[in-house]
Each structure stands twice: as C-alpha cells, then as structure tokens.
Design a protein. Structure first.
Length: 249
C-alpha cells in the first residue's frame, strides 16, 4: 500500500471538518469517526486521490466506540509507511461553576474529552505494534488545560488530563515507539466558539474577552489552523515536544 493511513475523530464540524479536507492528499487513506457525516468530504477526497471511510460513532458511548474501532482496526491495511491517529473530537460543555453542573453533562464531557482519546490511543498502539511503520498520535488539547478558567472547570480538567496522558504515553513508548503530542490549536472561529459566546456572564466570567476576540477578528480560521496542523503532523521532529501549541510555529 505505502502512503499514510489517518484516523480522525470529530470530523463533521469545526476544526475537525477542516482537518478532514486538509488531510485529503494522494496516497492518503482517511478514516473518520464522527456522530455525523461530513457532507463534502467524499467528493473532495475523490478529486485529491484520497481513499475515505466515514464511520458513524457516538464517542461518548464506550461500548459503541470499542465496537467501531475494533472493526476499523481489524480491516486496516498493514502496509502503509505511516499510521496517524488524530484525537480531535471534544466538547466545551458543561459551562458554569461547580455546584451548578448536571451530573450527566460532566459524565459526557469526561467520556468524549478523556475516555475516548485514551481508548483510541491504547487500541491504536496495540493494533499497530510490530508493523514496522512510523506511528503518530496527535491529541488536540487546549490552552485551557494549562490555565484554569472560572466556569470551565470540566473543560480545563479534561484537557489537562489529556496533556498528562500524553506525557505518560511518551514515557512508555520511549524513542522507538509511537510518537505522541498534545497540541493546543489556539482560538478558532468554530461552532465551539459560538457556543462559548452564547454563555451567560454568571456562568463564564471571561465571556466578554471571547466576544471581543470575535468582534475584532482575532479568531483564527479553521482552514488556516488545519493546514498548519497537517504540516506539524508531518514534521521530522514530531513528538520531541509532547506538549505543544500550534501558535509556536
């Protein structure tokens, strides 16, 4: 086969949708795991010489996630030069101070932002062991995981968890195993940002800051950030800095 095999989660909207399009290149086989289908991806991939498989999956459901990825890994070709997993799916909800949050919302956020990436990464490492290919995992994190914010106790904590998970896996894999990075993508003009701006000031005290960033054009475009992330994923030194920020490049 040769080429690159990429697995991408959360590919139907926002940064994930832009990443899916940016990853479409000759010699790439792209498998997406998303709750909804990317309506433009198949046609776009056909013009770029990219093989695409779109797998419907609710990543908040551990059982469903396990079944989907087991089917995917069982049929994944074993002769690619590089295998990549991009854990992009995530949610900023629930927004609000602790003590006002619904238990189900907390549980769903933990499932999507933490459990799903851990499950996928673990299965990816096991499934590709011994294949003799370059293997890379990119976890889309957030600056919120490195700086606490009132009203984002769940979001900040889940992203901090992914950063620490990335550090731990890097130690386990050493220099000859899977390369792994937790990457903050900056503040992007996506539906997640629109959701943030719909918050109430009492739930999220930094609301005016995010509204001002949108009003003054300080949000990055998903297409621009996606292109920079794809270039980052291909760097020869990928994985040397396991906690990183795309704004450094």
């Amino acid at each position: 086969m040769g080429g690159t095999f990429v697995i991408l989660t959360g590919a139907s909207r926002g940064l994930g949708a832009a990443l899916a399009l940016a990853l479409c290149r000759p010699g790439t086989h792209l498998a997406t795991l998303s709750r909804h289908k990317h309506t433009k991806l198949d046609a776009h991939a056909a013009t770029r010489g990219t093989v695409v498989q779109q797998h419907p999956a609710d990543l908040t459901d551990a059982g469903e996630t396990t079944r989907v990825i087991d089917r995917l890994f069982a049929t994944m070709p074993r002769h690619a030069d590089r295998y990549c997993l991009i854990n992009n799916a995530g949610t900023v909800d629930p927004i609000g101070p602790s003590g006002t949050l619904r238990p189900d919302d907390i549980t769903q956020a933990l499932a999507l932002n933490v459990a799903a990436p851990m499950l996928l990464t673990s299965r990816f490492i096991a499934a590709t062991a011994g294949w003799g290919a370059d293997r890379r995992v990119l976890n889309i994190s957030s600056g919120a995981g490195r700086k606490p914010m009132a009203g984002w106790s769940v979001y900040c904590s889940t992203k901090a968890a992914i950063d620490m998970y990335t550090r731990s896996v890097k130690l386990e894999q050493g220099d000859a195993g899977v390369r792994i990075v937790s990457l903050a993508p900056g503040v992007i003009d996506t539906p997640m940002q629109a959701r943030i701006r719909d918050s109430q000031p009492e739930a999220f005290p930094a609301l005016d800051t995010f509204k001002a960033m949108h009003a003054t054009g300080q949000l990055s475009s998903p297409d621009d950030v996606a292109a920079r992330i794809v270039a980052y994923l291909e760097r020869d030194d990928f994985g040397q800095t396991e906690i990183d920020d795309i704004r450094n490049y």
